[in-house]
Design a binder for this molecule. Structure first.
Ligand code: ZN
Ligand code: ZN
Ligand code: FE
Length: 763
């Protein structure tokens, strides 16, 4: 028994830690710290994160708590609290097994890219994991995609079916081992296995990696089962292979992501700055959109007429083995047809991808939750997530103001993600895709159910967009007994950034996108709002354009160009002299102009994205978009050089104020008729939108005071629009845009959830 004198010098404290602290080697790290500082007690996973009880002399305890604040990657602390507890006599420091608590509110960790130590083992002929495609440890490997339930323990994952061999079990039980409590721990003797089969399911004998590599070298398309779903792979340097993949996938023009072996190979296909290089090699391993090098060696069809290329490094041992066997960049595109959800099951793959792939590289570790690759672009020097999925989901986005009660936000129709707000975090689900097929609608429902189970919550408050036809809105209405909160689209965009950056409000919210349902029944998307989470005032908007034929005009962008110019020239635009219109059947043009003039089947849209479509069509002489926002993005890529803005007007006598680009339309036509190069015209158009935005924000500041400015909405994926505004507004005050969630509709759910919470609080 210890003497009472020794006890007098000992203090006790209970430390609770929230964040990414499970499944990332956090408890062994705490153990080593405790030993180093001479602290006794124990650490355990709980449903919220990690709880530590620590006992020791005050100095040692303080130093221990301080050291806890900086955990090694990929762990991350969002919240650490420390409360005094009565001192206890404890010998040593123990790691306790996970407790299955009643209220469960922590995330399972995201999937993490294979660490260097694990890669090295797969390359070492003397190691028992040599060439083993499922090597992982506490610092890397699958997590979210194999989890069926929480707490995150092997029995609650798809690894439950594999019994660890004695060697693996020893690693798993040894606190000093890199695989201590690595839930997916496995080796060739006891873990998942690869196989390669023909489309009819017949097994191909031999080493699956070598057979797949040979097929790829041969120009074949191989379906590869990865972490969160299947990819379709082909040799990215082979024009015929890439063209064949496009034809089969019915993906005419959208850029295809390219996997390269290492950072050096990435630098050979794309010009990378330090931020982009760090993103590529970080624990999330997203697809990074970077400038495509002219002499990259990639087949032009990887990213036709696009100066950017999506690059990703291998993030599983399987990828590393494949890339090492191949020695060339691989197209790695989601295994699906166009905008359907990514395929995840072996049988599902063979059914749905049978006509797309020449063979299937499979394994027997089931994927519990589908999760696409994430996409990131550096904008204004900072990483901006454009598609939030693998590596990020289900990590919570911290919301300091917190949620008074759990909220489900159903997201948008396109690029859907949903979100559950609970406590001080928002848990966004993985990117689902466009909710316009039965398959995606189904994937949406399943993903919501799964996230509810992981968080052990069925929110009674459900937020949805105001658009009556969004499937996500219809889903909200199906939720029996829920309190529904309709949230205006652009308000949600702005509040996404308010929440992420803990701004509270009010802010000047600049929300630019293609289309979102307004409170007046028209389509908004060029909005200047003064907003708090609870409410907003629409202070200014862009003059609307008529969409002749409704949604048809969004695809047939020439209709928007005609509407814009007829508006600018009071119906007398010299359309026949412009190359865009010269190739169109005159009768089509006549009918569309009549629809616009008479306002028949020509709803009005305020979206800035609509002006990008119209100007893009004129500059590129392209009548139709081949996929969503293609012409608008091409307009960014076409712009070259620095150029002064065109004239524009701001009418402050209207309510809301109106940004009027008709003067620009007239000047732009003069330039085009004078044979000015399209790149310069596109640059002047960008400069005009930037100047008008700066102007309106300044005027709002004069009236409402100097408020922080938020840029949100899909248009801010455009660097030529976002960067001058970040710089210009940043020079005068504070400016923010969503970074942890997409600025476009993929980040909408976060804002919806926070608005709904604020509305509920306000009663
Ligand atoms: Zn590892
Ligand atoms: Zn084993
Ligand atoms: Fe939007």
């Amino acid at each position: 028994m210890e003497g009472s004198q020794a006890n007098a010098a000992v203090r006790g404290c209970r430390i609770t830690i929230r964040g990414v602290v499970q499944g990332v080697g956090f408890r062994p790290w705490v153990y080593t710290l405790a030993v180093a500082y001479g602290v006794a007690g124990g650490v355990r996973n709980d449903a919220h994160g990690v709880t530590i009880e620590a006992f020791g002399p005050p100095g040692a305890l303080d130093a221990f708590v301080h050291a806890l604040g900086s955990p090694p990657e990929p762990a991350r602390i969002d919240h650490l609290t420390c409360e005094a507890i009565p001192p206890k006599v404890v010998r040593g420091f123990a790691i306790a097994p996970s407790a299955a608590a009643g209220d469960r509110a922590v995330s399972i960790p995201p999937d993490l890219a294979t660490c260097g130590a694990c890669v090295a083992e797969t390359q070492d002929p003397g190691n028992r994991r040599h060439r083993y495609a499922f090597t992982n440890c506490t610092h890397c490997g699958p997590r979210f995609t194999i989890a069926r339930d929480i707490p995150y323990d092997r029995q609650a994952t798809t690894m439950a079916r594999f019994a660890m061999c004695s060697a693996c079990q020893r690693e798993y039980d040894d606190v000093n081992d890199r695989r201590f409590h690595a839930q997916p721990n496995a080796c060739p003797a006891c873990g998942p296995q690869l196989r390669i089969v023909r489309p009819d399911g017949e097994l191909i004998a031999g080493d699956p990696i070598e057979i797949a590599a040979a097929a790829l070298r041969d120009g074949k398309i191989v379906a590869v089962k990865g972490l969160g779903g299947f990819h379709l792979a082909c040799d990215a340097t082979s024009p015929t292979a890439v063209r064949r993949l496009r034809e089969r996938k019915r993906r005419d023009e959208k850029p295809l992501a390219v996997m390269v072996r290492d950072l050096e190979s990435a630098a050979a296909v794309a010009d990378l700055d330090a931020t982009e290089a760090a993103l590529l090699t970080g624990p999330e391993h997203p697809i990074v959109l970077a400038r495509h090098r002219v002499e990259s060696g990639l087949a032009p069809d990887c990213a036709p007429e696009n100066p950017l290329v999506g690059v990703v490094l291998p993030y599983t041992p399987l990828h590393h083995l494949l890339m090492a066997a191949l020695q060339c960049p691989l197209v790695m595109t989601s295994g699906n047809l166009s905008e359907e959800p990514i395929v995840a099951g072996n049988d599902e793959a063979q059914a749905r991808l049978a006509n797309l792939a020449d063979c299937f590289l499979l394994h027997d570790r089931p994927i519990a939750t589908r999760c696409d690759d994430s996409v990131v672009r550096v904008i204004g020097g900072a990483p901006t997530v454009l598609r939030r999925a693998r590596g990020y989901v289900p990590r919570g986005v911290g919301v300091a103001a917190g949620f008074e009660q759990p909220v489900l936000a159903c997201g948008a129709q396109l690029k859907n993600t949903f979100c559950i707000g609970i406590g001080q975090a928002a848990y966004l689900g993985p990117h689902i895709g466009d909710l316009d097929s039965v398959a995606t609608a189904d994937a949406f429902r399943r993903a919501v159910r799964r996230m509810q189970r992981f968080l052990d919550v069925v929110p009674a408050v459900v937020a949805h967009d105001l658009h009556p036809d969004y499937l996500s809105t219809a889903y909200a209405r199906e939720r029996a007994g829920a309190t529904l909160v309709g949230v205006q689209h652009h308000h949600a965009h702005v509040v996404s950034a308010i929440a992420e950056h803990d701004l509270g409000g009010p802010v000047i919210g600049v929300a630019f996108d293609g289309t979102g349902h307004g409170t007046d029944g028209t389509m908004w998307g060029g909005e200047f709002l003064v907003a708090t989470p609870a409410s907003f005032e629409r202070v200014a908007t862009f003059r609307p354009l008529a969409l002749a034929g409704g949604d048809v005009a969004i695809r047939q962008v020439w209709r928007q160009a005609a509407a814009f110019l007829d508006d600018a020239f009071d119906g007398e635009a010299p359309l026949s002299r412009l190359p865009l219109f010269a190739d169109l059947p005159p009768v089509h043009l006549r009918v569309v102009r009549q629809m616009i003039h008479k306002g028949v089947n020509a709803p009005l849209a305020h979206g800035v994205g609509r002006y990008f479509d119209a100007v893009g069509a004129l500059v590129l002489r392209q009548a139709a978009a081949r996929y969503e926002a293609q012409v608008a993005m091409a307009c960014e890529f076409a712009a070259t050089g620095e150029a002064p803005p065109y004239p524009y007007a701001v009418d402050v006598t209207t309510l809301p104020w109106t940004v009027d680009l008709r003067p620009m339309g007239r000047a732009l036509v003069d330039d085009l008729l004078a044979g000015q190069p399209g790149g310069g015209v596109a640059a002047r158009f960008h400069a005009t939108v930037v100047a008008a935005t700066m102007d309106v924000v300044a005027r709002i500041g004069e009236r409402y005071g100097r408020l922080p400015v938020v840029l949100a909405g899909g248009c801010f994926q455009n660097r030529r629009l976002a960067e001058p505004l970040l710089a210009g507004l940043g020079a005068r005050g504070r400016v923010y845009m969503p970074r942890a969630v997409p600025p476009g509709d993929g980040g909408l759910a976060l804002g919806q959830a926070v608005v709904a919470d604020a509305v509920m609080r306000a009663g």
